[in-house]
Design a protein around this ligand. Sequence first.
Ligand code: GLC
Length: 442
Amino acid sequence: MVFTHKQQNKLLLILGVTLLLVLACGQSGKNARQQFDDDSTLVFKHFKLANARQAFKKAIAQFEKNNPGVKVKEEILPSNTNIQHQFYVTSLEARSSDFDVFLIDVIWTPEFSLAGWLEDLSDLLPPEEQSDFFHAPIQADIYRGRLYAIPWYIDAGVLYYRKDLLQKYGFSPPVTFEELVNQAQVILRNEKRPDLNGFLWQGKQYEGLICTANEIISGFGGQIIDARGKVHLTDPATRQALQWLKDCIYLYKISPAWVLSADEESTRLSFLNGHTLFLRNWPYCWTFFQREDSKVRGKVGVTHIPALAGITGKSTLGGWQLAINRFSAKKELTKRLVSFLASPQMQLQFALEVGTKPTRKPLYQNPFLIKEQPFIVKLFPILENTIPRPVTPLYSQISQILQVEFSAILSNIRPVDKALKSAKVQIEHVLELEELKKEIEK
Ligand code: GLC
């Protein structure tokens, strides 16, 4: 076929326009897909949970399989709760939408909810389903009548002990503080092993120290702040509790000086390697102690934290919650991920594979879980009867004050009475300022 010059020009024009259209369509197709990729990738931020790498990967793969086209990217923070808190406060104050779903410590929910950083999750967990959960963490996640986070796993302080050593000396697990001290002293004296620690706990200047102190104070019959906001730091029970912890190091000599820099992991490792008689820690350790590489496999017992004779002490409530960043642009997808991770199936899977303790109570009757981890039967009443750290949006400020003062007591820098009085004055000041602010806002 022969074209005239005019026809050739017309043809070129048509070809050019078609090419542009094809390119444009391709480009917009690519943009659309790019858009789609970004929109369907969720960033899940959580801390480095011991023993949990594979479990997270597996859970995410399952979620992605159930939700074709959706991707979940994990971003992992260090496990120290103080460091995580700092990170989230900085990001969320800047209204960052860099992450969508995240794990929060049970003590942060009121603070983050008041700041407007958490998505309201009341619809995800209606009241009839909430009653399946342990009461204390649900209460800690409700702010002004709305649910802002879903309890994912629960923690409570427990006492691990060396069954074999206690048996050797004819002791049953200690129920009182006095028994714990006496048993540790007798065993340390007779074993004559310089590598053996009597009693380990988390004594470093960080949140873990407040968890330890909170339950020892409860064991002496006291509490830090009551429900009406009254500060009880100079009560005899609080003084005795801090004095007792201090005495464990300097007077009874059952806790080594390094407890002052000890956290959960360093104390767990010492016990795991056979160097410790009594250990205060969270339930996650149990799984590690039963593993084949554990030096204490089959030699470990678990019981509740001792108390003063005649007093039923309570363990500190700990644990982690699933929350949604209110600045996330992907609310529907985030809700799907949170519901999936909070489901009974996922809580069970993590309990079996990682050793985290479910927040859903019916799972404690699961025959398979009981067979794998028989101690959960004994743990259940401890988990049901915990003592929370003060539930208030001001908790972080209060805890900062306590960390400094408790640490000064234990390191012998400040006398018990002086430090507790100073902490009381500072905390009352924080609470008064808050009251004043509320008055002004009215
Ligand atoms: C555990 C607890 C958490 C607590 C922290 C202190 O992670 O679950 O609630 O604040 O230990 O170290």
